[in-house]
Design a binder for this molecule. Structure first.
Ligand SMILES: Nc1nc2c(ncn2[C@@H]2O[C@H](COP(=O)(O)OP(=O)(O)OP(=O)(O)O)[C@@H](O)[C@H]2O)c(=O)[nH]1
Ligand SMILES: [Mg+2]
Length: 411
């Protein structure tokens, strides 16, 4: 976004804020009205004890819970709000289409990438100032990109396009940043475009099976919990398979997530249960219940690395055999804070497991958010979701425009 864009959008942001505030007020009033209705029904229930009243009450209680949960509290009209609203506006969103959820998420994303930005953009802007780019400033930029874990290949690509541009014309600091954003976005978008779908969503009316794989501690189970929430909130019939039978506490951890989003968990709590057998049971239940999205949690650590890959292969075989028509996604979960180390893991998984996408977690508070670019360029995986926090709502479908804007936000 340029300064002129910013000036225009600031006014837009103010209008959006006023609208959201009004909407929130209306929702609060609606909630109060429902609460009154609920109390009235309770009274009637006491008097009559009729089944119909009880059903109504439950419905209304459910509705008010949904409204209360669906909206974040609107925060201050501050720099965070303005920036988030501007990012939404730049993507063509109309004022009445934006929600507090979106603003809240963008704020989180921008905050999450603050550390990456600190060692990168702030320094870059200091170095560039308002002066045109020079070959020396490109050397500085190269160092900064590598330090932000963007990876050698992506960095080379960006620097060489900038060099070509510099040979043809004078490039000012602001234009340089704009060009940089475009180049970074192109890198991230390439595997997404190649995959044929911009957004990963389960196909309605079919069984979709999403396997979450990755080494231990990267956030597979947490991400699965957040996905279960997103999925059931979006009205997909959802089921969880607890196929990490190695770690004793894994099933309990999943049940907590399942409870939070009202999604059942298929598990086998006996020691050393066979993960493929759990998946077998889960597919059976999924078919019986017309489930649309089956989320499979897998182990991050076994006795040896080979076992892990063998186990994944076994799970896949069962799915292919028992649900040949299912749409399968194998999503590699990567912890952004592991930087280049995470990239190495991604490469080794990509070699052995048949991956279809990546999910980047722990973008909050790491200085290595740039690794997302390396995953796109060097492992050629479309990034499907990103996580920036431990809460149930701290996961969103990946949006390259928002990501690059947050990574290079200049304030
Ligand atoms: N700050 C932050 N923490 C996260 C995020 N995602 C997961 N975590 C934390 O990372 C830790 C490990 O998460 P898990 O979901 O258990 O990781 P896992 O990959 O399932 O681990 P194993 O099952 O042992 O392989 C937990 O403490 C999570 O709360 C995130 O986006 N941000
Ligand atoms: Mg786990």
């Amino acid at each position: 976004m340029t300064n002129t864009d910013s000036d225009n959008s600031r006014e837009w942001a103010a209008q959006a804020y006023a609208l959201l505030k009004k909407r929130q007020e209306e929702q609060k009033q609606e909630l109060e009205k429902q609460e009154e209705q609920k109390q009235e029904l309770e009274k009637q229930e006491e008097q009559k004890q009729e089944l119909i009243n009880i059903t109504n009450k439950e419905n209304i209680a459910g509705q008010s819970k949904n409204i209360a949960e669906s909206e974040f509290e609107l925060g201050e009209f501050d720099d965070n709000f303005t920036w988030s609203a501007m990012v939404l506006a730049a993507q063509g969103k109309k004022i009445n289409q934006i929600s507090i959820d979106e603003i809240d998420w963008l704020t989180k994303l921008r905050r999450g990438l603050e550390e990456t930005r600190k060692g990168f953009v702030t320094e870059l802007l200091d170095k560039l100032g308002d002066d045109p780019l020079t070959p020396e400033s490109l050397d500085d930029l190269e160092t900064l990109l590598i330090r932000a874990d963007v990876g050698i290949d992506s960095t080379d690509k960006v620097i060489s396009s900038l060099r070509t541009k510099l040979n043809e014309e004078v490039v000012g600091g602001e234009a340089g940043i704009k060009f940089l954003k475009r180049e970074l976005k192109l890198i991230i978008d390439k595997p997404i475009k190649n995959s044929g779908s911009d957004l990963l969503v389960p196909q309605k009316g079919k069984l979709n099976v999403w396997l979450l794989v990755g080494v231990n501690g990267v956030g597979k189970t947490t991400t699965l919990g957040k996905l279960a929430y997103l999925s059931s909130k979006s009205n997909y019939k959802t089921l969880i398979a607890a196929a990490d039978t190695f770690r004793a506490a894994a099933v309990e951890q999943l049940k907590v997530w399942g409870d939070r989003s009202n999604v059942d968990v298929i598990c086998n709590q006996s020691k050393n249960a066979d993960p493929a057998a759990v998946v077998f049971d889960a597919i059976y239940s999924a078919k019986k219940r017309n489930v649309e999205l089956l989320l499979v949690d897998t182990a991050g650590r076994l006795q040896t690395k080979n076992n892990l890959m063998d186990e994944l292969a076994k799970i896949k075989k069962i799915i292919d055999k028992k649900a040949p028509d299912a749409i399968i996604e194998s999503l590699l979960v990567l912890d952004a804070s592991q930087g280049q180390n995470g990239l190495k893991q991604a490469k080794s998984f990509a070699k052995s497991a048949d991956l279809s996408g990546a999910i980047i977690t722990k973008l909050d508070g790491t200085s290595r958010g740039g690794v997302s670019l390396a995953v796109s360029e060097e492992v050629n995986l479309p990034i499907r979701f990103i996580g920036a926090g431990e809460g149930i709502k701290d996961l969103r479908p990946f949006n390259s425009f928002e990501f690059v804007e947050a990574m290079l936000a200049d304030k």
